[in-house]
Design a protein around this ligand. Structure first.
Ligand code: AMP
Length: 224
């Protein structure tokens, strides 16, 4: 299964990506995590890309394409993968298709998780992440805020780019640079859209409905 997840920051790509990975036993590769790891390593590359991330701007295409391409070449990707946050530009989408075509492969499905931008900004403001396993939590401020991850015990933290100002910029960047990627996959007949403004389980039920078509090819082509 080779899948890309599209949608505004805060739409739930990370959460759904984790669920799909668990259900189908394939790696969930988030380009944002690759970028945060590079920044945290303090390498020359990390220092070069940190300012883009902090401002909510896209890291240059050449760098993200190389990072994701290297990740896809690892052994655990042989049976498939879920890409989350990549491609974010049409140039990245074309580069991905070209790279896969060299091995007679393709992106089988692009799942777009749709959500209202104001809801996305509100979710980002409430979001905490586990520094160890990357699990995502939402705290609405009404109850006590946990400090550790309930699944692995890691310390929870707030991403440096999860401020309201940066989140607003990330929405604009998505509309300008990433929304055309939705059309790119739509034209190729590979796009499936899901209403992300519902409980996690309901969104995942729709995700599974579409994914079953990949697992059972006779169902591909049925009405969307
Ligand atoms: P995310 O965790 O997906 O919200 O990504 C966090 C930040 O990493 C983004 O705001 C960008 O600065 C950078 N980033 C992640 N994926 C990409 C990508 N495919 N292309 C360019 N920049 C990216």
């Amino acid at each position: 299964m080779r899948l890309v997840l599209l949608g505004l920051p805060g739409a739930g790509k990370g959460t759904q990506g984790d669920l799909i990975a668990e259900r189908y036993g394939i790696p969930h590769i988030a380009s944002g995590s690759l970028i945060r790891d590079a920044v945290a390593s303090g390498s020359e590359l990390g220092r070069a890309i940190e300012s883009y991330m902090r401002r909510g701007e896209l890291v240059p295409d050449e760098l993200t394409i190389d990072m994701v391409s290297e990740r896809l070449s690892r052994d655990d990707c042989a049976q498939g993968w879920i890409l989350d946050g990549f491609p974010r530009t049409v140039r990245q989408a074309i580069a991905l298709d070209e790279r896969l075509a060299q091995n007679n492969l393709d992106v089988q499905m692009a799942l777009e998780i749709r959500i209202d931008p104001e809801e996305a900004i509100a979710r980002i403001a409430r979001r905490m992440m586990c520094s160890s396993c990357g699990a995502i939590y939402q705290f609405d401020g009404s109850g006590p805020q946990e400090e550790t991850c309930s699944s692995c015990g890691g310390k929870l933290y707030r991403r440096v780019d999860d401020t309201e100002e940066t989140a607003r910029n990330r929405m604009l960047v998505y509309m300008r640079q990433t929304h055309p990627v939705v059309h790119y996959y739509s034209q190729g007949g590979r796009l499936y859209s899901i209403d992300g403004q519902r409980p996690i389980g309901e969104v995942f039920a729709d995700v599974e409905l579409y994914l079953r078509r990949l697992v059972n090819p006779r169902r591909v082509g049925e009405a969307r």
